[in-house]
Design a protein around this ligand. Sequence first.
Ligand code: KG4
Ligand code: ZN
Length: 337
Amino acid sequence: MNITILGIESSCDDTAAAVIRNGYILSNVIADQDVHKRYGGVVPELASRAHQQNIIPVVDQALERAGVRQDEISAVAFTKGPGLMGSLLVGSSFAKGFALARKIPVIDVNHLQAHILVHFIKKEGESAKSPEFPFLCLLVSGGHTQLVIVRDYLDIQIIGNTIDDAAGEAFDKCAKVMGLEYPGGPSIDRIAKGGNPEVFQFTKPRVEEFNFSFSGLKTNFLYFLRDNLKMGKDFIRNNQADLCASLQKTIVEILLDKCINASESAGINTIALAGGVSANSELRAVFTYEAEKRKWNLFIPEIRYTTDNAAMIAITGYYKYLKGEFASLDITPVAKI
Ligand code: KG4
Ligand code: ZN
């Protein structure tokens, strides 16, 4: 019997829908929201409104591209949280309405767990390997930075967390003070390619165990720019590439060092990356280099599965479906988990 899951993701500023059948991806549609660019960050009210506009066309497209009829969907999975409440409400309400109309189950999905499970999305005609359990996952996104031991599809243990800002937030906030376009991560990644990462040195935090901290680095970067701007107003413009490269190197080193410690301490050599920041080219390159040196079994997601998408919600929904983990129709989203 085919198990066909429609996944809906609407936790922040991307409206996304995807169809996965028996673990194989059939379609993955994302509508991003340009409306936030001019504000330099996501405006929650505008995000909810854009989700309302996008959700039906996005789902229609996902079904059409998958070549799947509504009556072939076994269950609809949606992001329960964490995320922006107004945004989450659009996706969850849509999912419930769809499920009620089609008389199929709804499945609530934790957005963070979903980022990790992208490593199990299969593609017809390709025999890509998936990580074996247990593995260590570095989950780095705009809102979270975690080290997680993944023991099974739905059995994860968080061993490290950020005590303040997330890695993606550090990228975004530092980009903002340099006047770069939102979201800052991809802008810094692009500009850093033309820079020298050894030119500037920034603070690395001392945080216990496998936890992270990025607010000190952000403040250090801000004060550094402020001091140098006093000496010349073109400091940022004249040094943009070196600033981006040096900052990026510092963030990547902080992430790598903790990952090495966690891998050694847990005795786990299978390492996976996940979340929006895992799209970063320097992070991908440094981890690839280190994996070779340390004989890690490294798993890096395809770029399209790094940032928010609904394929990750659908694959998590698929594994929850197999275990019969369904939600009742009075379920509500949660902003924080
Ligand atoms: O996972 P994601 O799409 O959303 C959250 O769940 O937060 O992650 C978004 C974050 C943003 O902070 C964005 O700047 C960052 O991922 N990001 C990057 C890159 N692409 C996205 N950071 C660094 N380099 C990139 N290439
Ligand atoms: Zn995310």
